[in-house]
Design a protein around this ligand. Structure first.
Ligand code: ZN
Length: 217
């Protein structure tokens, strides 16, 4: 996406010496403006290619990100963690990873990087290490490259156990310009952030804990 986590993940993959093919999704999200940011970030971080897949999950709805349900605002972390948030998009990461798997197989790539995080959003079932481990098994069962290949497909989630502050610190070490990133679930039309959705609040908290000021408005 055009957010902090995806950007940091891309920077980490590059830093580890991988050649990166980036994949973003236009899935009917209300914060579609993130795709414009993702394009710029992929170019800046020298991804070899950046594809944007269109899969219209708004036809299903069922999430405040893809449906006309209000994005929750001004919630404290206790409220955020009480139940799986309405910002959860049904099966989103399973769908995304399936597309990644197809792309990886065509590119003969053995490594998939995903910017999921299990710390700040303990509520998202498809951000948990158990889910990633299960998908990795599936990836090796489901593909020609997994069955015939000498190398097993691996799913890397370098941020999964990091706090937002850790992620921001990592970003700075890697020299990432996070003024380009956009994390808001409900940005204004001109692309500025709301400052009160869960994603904005966690980002603000992360910067504050890292002792830094977020460069975006
Ligand atoms: Zn926001």
């Amino acid at each position: 996406s055009g957010g902090l986590d995806s950007t940091t993940t891309l920077a980490i993959a590059k830093n580890q010496g991988f050649e990166v093919y980036a994949l973003s999704f236009d899935y009917g999200q209300r914060h579609r403006v993130e795709l414009e940011r993702a394009k710029i970030i992929a170019q800046k971080l020298e991804a070899l290619d950046h594809k944007i897949m269109t899969i219209d999950l708004s036809q299903f709805g069922g999430s405040t990100l893809t449906d006309s349900i209000d994005v929750p605002t001004n919630r404290d972390e206790e409220e955020m963690s009480l139940e799986i948030p309405i910002t959860y998009v049904p099966a989103r990461n399973t769908i995304f990873l399936s597309f990644c798997l197809a792309y990886a197989e065509v590119k003969k790539a053995g490594n998939i990087f995903l910017g999921v995080n299990a710390v700040d959003y303990s509520g998202y079932p498809d951000c948990r290490p158990e889910f990633i481990a299960a998908f990795e098994i599936l990836a090796n069962l489901a593909t020609k490259v997994g069955v015939e290949g000498k190398e097993k497909l691996k799913i890397h989630t370098p941020l999964i156990q990091l706090t937002k502050a850790d992620i921001i610190r990592r970003d700075i070490e890697l020299g990432v310009d996070y003024s380009l990133t956009l994390s808001c679930y409900n940005p204004r039309e001109e692309g500025t952030t709301c400052g009160v959705c869960d994603s904005c609040l966690l980002r603000l908290k992360g910067f504050s804990q890292a002792g830094l000021k977020d460069p975006i408005e």
